[in-house]
Ligand binder design. Structure first.
Ligand SMILES: C[S@@+](CC[C@H](N)C(=O)[O-])C[C@H]1O[C@@H](n2cnc3c(N)ncnc32)[C@H](O)[C@@H]1O
Length: 224
């Protein structure tokens, strides 16, 4: 037990506040990913310890890794939808908006994406992500250690993943920016601001016992 101080801390909080189900998810969806891949993705990083002066800090969330099966099931659904399209794209890119310690990038690496991109503005998290990507030999993944609004690589044929990284104002801005392009998927985990995707097609909605299990998948068609 001394090897897992976080486990000891989490136990009373998870069981008392969220119940045994949330705790089981922590073990099966967060802790076991790291045990299997020899990575460090599962410990939380609160915004209070983020470097001061980050642009948009007041609009963003802290770090928490998405559940493994949420990422996997969402990517399976996107691949399935893309295959069903008449003009399916064989050149899809994956972009994690607010990529944290790189967990979604590692999972995306086993899918046939042409490129895999992570955008994260917290340098400390980028450093950890870099280590995790190296340990897992994710050679196709590229990290951009910058604010998402300083990234200039948005384009067509892209699958975005966002685990509730920011408030409504920035979510709306991101949806507008990436929605200017065609054949774009937006996997929105813990979708707090669904209303900003009004002009998008809802491909799939998963509801769950807690917000981290909820996922909306939106799609924007290719321009004719
Ligand atoms: C809830 S975490 C999700 C991490 C990762 N996507 C995952 O599922 O493992 C949200 C991440 O978004 C990052 N973030 C928030 N606002 C950002 C911004 N404006 N630009 C880049 N990253 C941002 C945070 O630092 C945090 O790491």
């Amino acid at each position: 037990m001394r090897k897992h101080p976080q486990l000891v801390e989490m136990l009373p909080e998870a069981i008392l506040r969220h119940g045994p189900r949330r705790f089981m998810d922590y073990l099966a969806q967060e802790k076991s990913f790291d045990a299997e891949h020899h990575t460090e993705t599962c410990s939380l990083v609160q915004k209070t310890v983020y470097p001061k002066g980050l642009r948009n800090l007041e609009h963003g969330s802290g770090y928490q890794a998405a559940f493994t099966d949420v990422i996997v099931n969402s990517l399976d659904k996107v691949m399935h939808h893309n295959k069903s399209l008449q003009k399916q794209s064989s050149r899809l890119r994956f972009v994690d908006i607010g990529s944290g310690k790189g967990k979604a990038l590692i999972i995306a690496h086993s899918y046939p994406f042409e490129t895999i991109v992570g955008i994260e503005y917290n340098q400390d998290l980028c450093g950890i992500a870099c280590r995790n990507l190296s340990i897992t030999k994710c050679s196709r993944a590229e990290l951009f250690c910058k604010d998402v609004f300083e990234y200039d690589g948005f384009g067509d044929d892209t699958v975005y993943f966002a685990f509730n990284p920011f408030d409504k104002q920035l979510t709306e801005k991101v949806a507008k920016t990436v929605g200017c392009y065609g054949n774009v998927y937006f996997i929105y985990n813990n979708p707090s601001y669904k209303e900003v995707f009004g002009g998008w097609q809802l491909v799939d909605r998963t509801v769950g016992y807690c917000p981290n299990r909820e996922v909306d998948i939106y799609y924007r068609q290719a321009s004719p």
